[in-house]
Design a protein around this ligand. Structure first.
Ligand SMILES: NC(=O)c1ccc[n+]([C@@H]2O[C@H](COP(=O)([O-])OP(=O)(O)OC[C@H]3O[C@@H](n4cnc5c(N)ncnc54)[C@H](OP(=O)(O)O)[C@@H]3O)[C@@H](O)[C@H]2O)c1
Length: 332
């Protein structure tokens, strides 16, 4: 597994990051451990989680994913320093209305709760999960800078932000000479390319690391789904997440695009899953796509995406076929 510089920082991270949001609801404990084992054996040493995970689970499961990541870190003779660990805060994770958001009180509470569940005294990357319209970004940045200075956090990042929000945040950090967002975690795949227009050029210019989620569009780009009712047991029927994912990807136009991508993959002799990961990695602004799995055997095809580059003519065909998804009106 290749490594790559994490934006403008001096940190090196593996070219793929493992997403953990299936652990603790869709995946039981043993399956979650097996996925982490398979990723680690495949050379992935960069793990992404969040305080609100697992995806789709009832309220009682909140925090379970971080606990599983923390337990796994203590198994098999590993130490905390064997992985680069990223987590996030923002969503409501406690009983009070103030146990949410990017305000100082919640950030201070949330990091301590995450560190406890993860069984560690620091995370390498602490991200705000969503932009918070109710908090001035200065308050968020000052609180996160304090976490860096206290040693609980090495770098800070953000997720699901618009380009202007990230640009403004960087400007405010510069103004106050405090930590800035060194990374962004947006949605990015062949069926969602809107970030190519504004966010990615900003990241290139400011040397912000980009760690995109949903590289397989939640499984659509594996080619296994067909129009009609979503397949039981998959992301598209997963508890509270079902609506989000069907809204994003379960559309006739996207199924048509998947068929066109399938034809390109067959011509190229590359599995669709591998091709989808290769396509994301081929964008020079991308640092490490965050790959996901609900079973350990699913990972091999994604990991293969980091082992060989996409052929330039194949990339060009896919860019052309999916150009419509650069437009904002496909933002779901
Ligand atoms: N910041 C955010 O708001 C945000 C949002 C989403 C995700 N994330 C992060 O990004 C990570 C990855 O996201 P993602 O899971 O949506 O990524 P993804 O790569 O788009 O989708 C992964 C899913 O596709 C299916 N799949 C994967 N490989 C397969 C294979 N070989 N054959 C058949 N199906 C396969 C599995 O779902 P099924 O088995 O259920 O079909 C798997 O869980 C998350 O774990 C999380 O860390 C962040």
């Amino acid at each position: 597994m290749d490594h790559i510089r994490f934006g403008r920082t001096g940190l090196q991270v593996s070219r793929l990051c493992l997403g953990t949001m299936t652990f603790g609801f869709q995946c039981d404990d043993d399956t979650s451990f097996a996925i982490m084992d398979a990723a680690y054996e495949g050379g992935i040493t960069f793990f992404d989680t969040a305080d609100i995970y697992p995806l789709g689970g009832p309220t009682a499961t909140i925090g379970r994913t971080e606990e599983l990541v923390g337990s796994w870190l203590q198994r098999g003779g590993r130490t905390r320093d064997d992985v680069i660990l990223a987590t996030k805060c923002f969503a409501r994770t406690g009983p009070h209305t103030w146990d949410q958001g990017n305000n100082r009180k919640n950030i201070m509470r949330a990091i301590d709760a995450s560190l406890k569940r993860l069984g560690t005294d620091y995370v390498d990357l602490y991200q705000i999960h969503f932009y918070d319209p109710n908090v001035h970004v200065d308050e968020t940045l000052q609180a996160m800078d304090d976490l860096v200075r206290s040693g609980k956090v090495r770098y800070i990042g953000c997720s699901n932000t618009l380009a202007y929000q990230l640009a403004r945040s960087i400007g405010r950090s510069e103004l106050h000479s405090i930590s800035r967002f060194e990374s962004v975690q947006p949605r990015y795949n062949m069926l969602f390319r809107e970030i190519e227009r504004e966010l990615l050029p900003l990241c290139a210019e400011e040397n912000v690391a980009v760690i995109p989620y949903n590289p397989l569009a939640g499984g659509m780009l594996t080619g296994k789904h067909r129009p009609g009712a979503p397949t039981e047991g998959t992301r598209f029927t997963l508890g509270r997440a079902q609506g989000t994912y069907t809204d994003r990807y379960w559309h006739d136009a996207m199924f048509d695009s998947v068929e066109e991508i399938r034809a390109v993959a067959e011509d190229a002799g590359v599995p669709m899953t591998t091709l989808a990961v290769q396509w994301v990695l081929a964008n020079p602004v991308i640092t490490s796509p965050i790959i996901g799995a609900s079973r350990p055997e699913q990972l091999a095809a994604s990991i293969a995406g980091a082992a060989a580059d996409i052929a330039p003519d194949v990339k060009a065909r896919l860019d052309e076929l999916t150009a419509v998804y650069r437009q904002g009106d496909h933002d779901r």
